[in-house]
Design a protein around this ligand. Structure first.
Ligand SMILES: Cc1cc2nc3c(=O)[nH]c(=O)nc-3n(C[C@H](O)[C@H](O)[C@H](O)COP(=O)(O)OP(=O)(O)OC[C@H]3O[C@@H](n4cnc5c(N)ncnc54)[C@H](O)[C@@H]3O)c2cc1C
Ligand SMILES: *[C@@H]1O[C@H](CO)[C@@H](O)[C@H](O)[C@H]1NC(C)=O
Ligand SMILES: *[C@@H]1O[C@H](CO)[C@@H](O)[C@H](O)[C@H]1NC(C)=O
Ligand SMILES: *[C@@H]1O[C@H](CO)[C@@H](O)[C@H](O)[C@H]1NC(C)=O
Ligand SMILES: *[C@@H]1O[C@H](CO)[C@@H](O)[C@H](O)[C@H]1NC(C)=O
Ligand SMILES: *[C@@H]1O[C@H](CO)[C@@H](O)[C@H](O)[C@H]1NC(C)=O
Ligand SMILES: *[C@@H]1O[C@H](CO)[C@@H](O)[C@H](O)[C@H]1NC(C)=O
Length: 548
């Protein structure tokens, strides 16, 4: 029996390792691979069919199938030396234990929607732990809860809920192909934000694998770590296996609308007023603004700015039209602009899928379109004056190819203390701004050009947005805020982006990180750093905890 197993290992190893001329063998990688195979066979869930090395002909397609930013789909982008498509919890444990032992950098990918490709690109040699196979969804309508594994997409979660109930939903993002693992641990907001807050405000339990390879739940990980993975991102602390979510109630009928206004149709005034209205109105009402540049006429000619207001209202259209005409007549919302629909169909509306499409399209794991892209974010606490908006339009018309999105806060977001979860941007924020550039041409020069446009808009906005720190949303990953090279100064480097993403919660995140992963195994370009050794001692009682 033993000999049989050993033989099998040798056969598998020779299959996996015999290196082609194109893939120079790396004996340190081979030892790691051997460790994976040994370890997983001890746990009696063989890992070999989940391992892809670069000379496996399927390697490129496995890697590419969850690249969601084509900026990182180039021949020069560094590739992992190995991919593990975990199909059992023990594969995650083996990956962590062996990688820790053999000092390998691990990147963790669930849905692959990281704006900076942090889940599947790295500066140093690395391997990829891909979670897409772990995507079970287990709903219990009795208790109004659902366990979702990290590799499930938001579309799958929404679909599964609607399959069981017409009056339940979950507050999370609008893009159905986003993965639960990254999205929820990073905060997770969507159209139910003003009514119910963020995804993390409804996480009641979690299952993780920690730096020592232990499978833990909320009780065994403790409240500190459970706090950190709600908004602080999973990748700094552990591998998220699953979250237990509390569902929320929605009416059977909801209303959506989309209304467009150009500058010639008073868009500036309406956006200005929207800032005084959208964060304060009925929490059943969410109105997003999207701002882009279009031709003034079909023939082309001069450009104008177009503002598109998209909305979800948890109620019927008659109540909505009356609410709007009483409190926001400037938008001129008419009954015929409104569509009454179910909550699940409203998900299609938000992702620009024709309303009559069967909701099974939400199970499609391939996005409707893919581009190269760059995103940045800002928080607005004081309404931007009209002159400020006009200056912004001028730049956008000059650049042509940028888009802005504004998401109103207020409502439930104002009620949850900023220390309740690791996500800090709560009361006092009127809205969040996202800067977007998408492009479809290859080349570093092209990428630099578009990235620079978003930086210029961001720079222009400095006087109008949050200060000290200039806040940013962690799920809108932006490496312009600072990169941690994991060198001597990793804590100093980490402070640069850490305060913008997490504000005062950053300090607690660093303490928790230092306690649960003092060797900084779970690291990436913008992970939470550990405390420098000399500061550990200064930590109030923290150091003794750390060496426990
Ligand atoms: C088209 C599009 C639309 C979006 N819309 C929204 C929106 O409406 N609301 C919103 O809040 N955000 C939105 N986002 C941002 C999105 O929430 C984040 O990019 C999120 O991190 C993506 O999660 P993912 O699992 O798909 O990504 P990944 O790229 O797989 O992961 C993102 C980060 O999380 C880490 N991670 C992933 N899985 C795990 C795990 N199992 N354990 C530990 N760490 C893990 C990764 O290492 C990486 O650092 C959108 C992004 C895109 C591209
Ligand atoms: C990679 O390719 C080389 C060359 O063909 C081959 O010898 C080796 O076995 C391959 N490795 C794997 C893991 O398939
Ligand atoms: C093997 O990989 C390690 C990183 O895992 C790297 O440091 C080392 O330089 C590599 N060796 C060769 C020969 O490529
Ligand atoms: C894997 O197991 C084999 C057989 O038990 C052993 O010879 C080898 O040293 C092990 N390799 C690693 C990396 O643990
Ligand atoms: C990513 O790059 C590969 C190799 O160049 C290409 O075949 C593939 O189509 C690209 N993916 C997308 C979505 O464009
Ligand atoms: C724009 O605002 C002006 C002044 O408030 C108003 O008279 C005009 O009708 C508005 N135009 C549109 C298209 O709403
Ligand atoms: C705008 O007009 C130009 C010609 O001036 C044309 O090339 C372009 O495609 C038009 N854009 C849109 C969105 O219609």
């Amino acid at each position: 029996m033993r000999i049989h197993t050993l033989n099998r290992i040798i056969v598998l190893l020779s299959l996996l390792l015999c290196s082609s001329p194109s893939s120079p063998s790396n004996s340190s990688h081979n030892t790691f691979l051997e460790c994976l195979i040994n370890h997983s066979s001890e746990l009696s869930h063989p890992i070999t069919s989940s391992i892809f090395t670069p000379n496996n002909s399927l390697f490129p397609s496995v890697l590419q199938s969850y690249i969601r930013n084509l900026r990182f789909n180039t021949t020069t982008t560094r590739k992992p030396f190995l991919i593990i498509t975990a199909s059992h919890v023990s594969h995650v444990q083996s990956a962590i234990i062996c990688a820790h032992k053999h000092n390998k950098l691990m990147k963790i990918r669930s849905g692959g929607h990281d704006y900076e490709g942090v889940s599947y690109v790295a500066e140093e040699p690395f391997f990829l732990l891909d979670m897409f196979n772990l995507r079970a969804i287990d709903i219990d309508i009795e208790t109004e809860t659902v366990w979702v594994q990290a590799g499930a997409t938001l579309g799958e979660i929404y679909y599964s809920i609607s399959h069981k109930s017409k009056i339940h939903a979950f507050p999370a993002g609008t893009c159905p192909t986003v993965g639960a693992g990254g999205h929820i641990s990073g905060g997770g907001y969507g159209t139910l934000m003003r009514k119910y807050g963020l995804s993390i405000d409804h996480v009641v339990d979690a299952q993780i694998v920690d730096a020592q390879g232990r499978v833990l739940d909320r009780e065994s990980m403790g409240e500190d770590l459970f706090w950190a993975i709600r908004g602080g991102g999973g990748a700094s602390f552990c591998v998220i296996l699953a979250f237990k979510l509390k569902l929320v109630r929605v009416p059977e009928q909801v209303t959506v609308f989309q209304v467009e206004r150009t500058l010639e149709q008073n868009a500036t005034d309406i956006v200005y007023d929207w800032q005084h209205f959208a964060p304060y109105t009925d929490t059943n009402l969410f109105i997003r603004v999207a701002i882009d540049v279009v031709n003034r006429t079909q023939k082309g000619g001069t450009k104008t700015v177009r503002v598109t207001f998209s909305s979800l209202f948890l109620g019927d259209s008659k109540s909505l039209v009356s609410l709007m005409s009483e409190t926001f007549p400037q938008m001129g919302l008419r009954q015929q602009d409104c569509i009454e629909t179910t909550w699940i169909q409203s998900v299609l509306f938000w992702t620009a899928i024709e309303n009559s499409t069967p909701v099974e399209i939400l199970l499609d794991r391939m996005p409707q379109s893919l581009h190269s892209l760059k995103r940045k974010s800002d928080y607005i606490k004081v309404p931007i004056p009209k002159e400020g908006l006009e200056g912004l339009w001028k730049l956008m018309i000059e650049f042509e190819d940028t888009v802005l999105q504004g998401h109103p806060y207020g409502g439930r977001m104002d009620e949850i203390p900023s220390t309740e979860t690791a996500f800090p941007h709560r009361k006092g924020n009127l809205w969040k701004l996202q800067y977007k550039a998408n492009w479809n041409k290859d080349g570093e020069d092209v990428a630099d050009y578009y990235i620079e446009l978003t930086r210029k808009l961001h720079e222009y906005m400095t006087p109008f947005v949050s200060k000290n720190p200039r806040e940013a949303f962690f799920n809108y990953k932006d490496l312009d805020l600072g990169i941690n090279h994991n060198g001597e100064n990793s804590y100093v480097e980490g402070r640069a982006y850490g305060y913008e993403y997490f504000m005062d919660n950053f300090n607690r995140l660093v303490q928790i990180k230092t306690m649960v992963d003092p060797e900084n195994f779970f690291r990436n370009e913008q992970s939470i750093p550990t405390l420098p050794y000399d500061e550990m001692i200064l930590l109030n009682g923290g150091y003794s905890k750390i060496i426990d």
